[in-house]
Design a protein around this ligand. Structure first.
Ligand SMILES: NC(=O)c1ccc[n+]([C@@H]2O[C@H](COP(=O)([O-])OP(=O)(O)OC[C@H]3O[C@@H](n4cnc5c(N)ncnc54)[C@H](OP(=O)(O)O)[C@@H]3O)[C@@H](O)[C@H]2O)c1
Length: 421
């Protein structure tokens, strides 16, 4: 390949988060400017997330030391620290890595969706600031499309779910017409937030209670739900059909006695999902008629199984990536011949137009219909002569037959190669 695609990266795989953070690039516009000026790269794209800082670049000749030096000057880090943390790959390996990124295979949470959006944002801003050009734009557009396709066909992103969402899903599976049922969430912490988000997403209304009503109110302002006083709830569980409990209370908040009382006046069943560890719902509650209890261990086991389903897809995704890398590599190699092919087509077209004008002038032709026929005739002649050699040049570039590409460059008197690079 006459152009090289390089990837330099510091990620969670090699570096703990506190080290990784030091490599963060703060001023992106300045970074693009510096990389293009000093690192020998003439195109670049930076991907930066909480788990990785990655640079993709294009150049004819690149020097990893210049890349390190530029990155070091942007972060104020010593160059030595790069040696322990940075990874360099190029061309086929860089394509392979980018496809792993877009398909979610290199993510900390296998198959997670967020990275695809982050990569889309990276190439969009590189495009806007003209940090990227034809090679990286093509590479990223293709890699994003391939990544999305791999995700859809393999289902690698499916089944990833938080304990909060899983609890809501289990309630949906076990309670008929959940939308018509009264739901209570006990707790306003991290896990309760996940439950509330999931309830909201699915359009369920719910009450929220916490030891202090002000905390419940604050929680409901951002997470939705109706705040209810804690004291009112503990003796009125009969009002509810589904109860999510996620607190760090060191004793049972939901006791056998309270639920037995609640069930006395209730002609419907009740489902309780205890997400707390240690439990805050007494296990004996499960023995009361009409009560279905699920605890954190059971919910976490189902979450784990879902994640295992993703793990099982890894081999399948790797196989698709290996096939796609070859196709991607071929189209990137073809790209090398594009400036030459474009220039030849442009020159021939201007010659055709010039000769056409001359001929029409000599014929003194005014009839639009005839002019159109002559115009199309010349186009067809040019097309039939030029398209085969042009496709052969592209093919030669794809097969890295540089002799043939160089010969074509000479034959077509193509001089602008360096300017077009
Ligand atoms: N975080 C996780 O990744 C995770 C995952 C699975 C399970 N869990 C378990 O889920 C439970 C909640 O975790 P979290 O991360 O949401 O905790 P958190 O953010 O610290 O919130 C704790 C919640 O428990 C309430 N609480 C504390 N002591 C209480 C008491 N004596 N009576 C009533 N409510 C009380 C707090 O209410 P106040 O506003 O009144 O303090 C708060 O709403 C824990 O048992 C935890 O082990 C956590």
């Amino acid at each position: 390949m006459s152009q090289n695609i390089v990837n330099a990266r510091v990620t969670f795989r090699n570096s703990p988060i506190h080290v990784l953070e030091q490599f963060t690039i703060k001023d992106m516009d300045n970074a693009y400017d510096q990389f293009k000026k000093h690192s020998g790269l003439d195109e670049c794209v930076i991907i930066q997330t909480c788990n990785r800082i990655e640079l993709f670049g294009k150049s004819k000749y690149h020097d990893p030391n210049k890349i390190k030096k530029t990155w070091a000057s942007l972060t104020g880090l010593e160059e030595e620290i790069f040696n322990e943390n940075i990874e360099f790959v190029e061309n086929k390996d860089a394509f392979h890595h980018l496809l792993k990124l877009t398909s979610g295979l290199d993510s900390m949470v296998l198959g997670e969706e967020q990275i695809l959006g982050q990569i889309k944002n990276s190439i969009t801003s590189a495009r806007e600031t003209k940090a990227s050009g034809q090679h990286l734009n093509t590479l990223f557009d293709k890699a994003i499309r391939i990544g999305a396709r791999i995700r859809n066909s393999s289902g690698i992103g499916k089944g990833g779910i938080s304990v909060g969402s899983m609890a809501v899903k289990l309630a949906e599976e076990n309670v008929d017409e959940l939308k018509t049922k009264k739901t209570l969430l006990i707790g306003t912490g991290e896990v309760s937030t996940l439950v509330a988000k999931s309830l909201n997403r699915r359009g369920y209304s719910f009450d929220v209670t916490s030891r202090t009503i002000s905390r419940s109110r604050m929680f409901c302002e951002t997470m939705g739900g109706n705040p209810i006083k804690f004291e009112d709830i503990l003796t009125r569980f009969d009002k509810y059909d589904v109860i999510f409990v996620a607190t760090t209370a060191p004793y049972f908040l939901v006791t056998e006695e309270k639920i037995t009382n609640a069930m006395k006046d209730k002609n419907k069943g009740i489902m309780i999902l205890d997400l707390s560890n240690p439990r805050t719902v007494d296990e004996k509650v499960a023995t009361i008629r009409g009560v279905k209890l699920m605890n954190l261990d059971q919910i976490a086991e189902i979450v784990e199984k879902n994640m295992n389903a993703r793990q099982n897809k890894v081999k399948e995704v790797e196989n698709i990536i290996n096939e796609e890398v070859m196709i991607l590599e071929a189209s990137m190699k073809r790209l090398d011949a594009e400036p030459l092919v474009k220039e030849v087509f442009k020159n021939i077209e201007s010659l055709r137009e010039k000769e056409l004008r001359k001929a029409l002038h000599m014929l003194d032709e005014k009839d639009e219909k005839k002019i159109k026929i002559i115009d199309e005739l010349t186009k067809a002649v040019v097309e039939s002569i030029v398209s085969t050699p042009m496709n052969n040049i592209r093919k030669a570039s794809e097969q890295e037959k540089s002799d043939l590409v160089n010969l074509a460059t000479k034959l077509f008197d193509y001089k602008k190669q360096d300017a077009a690079d």
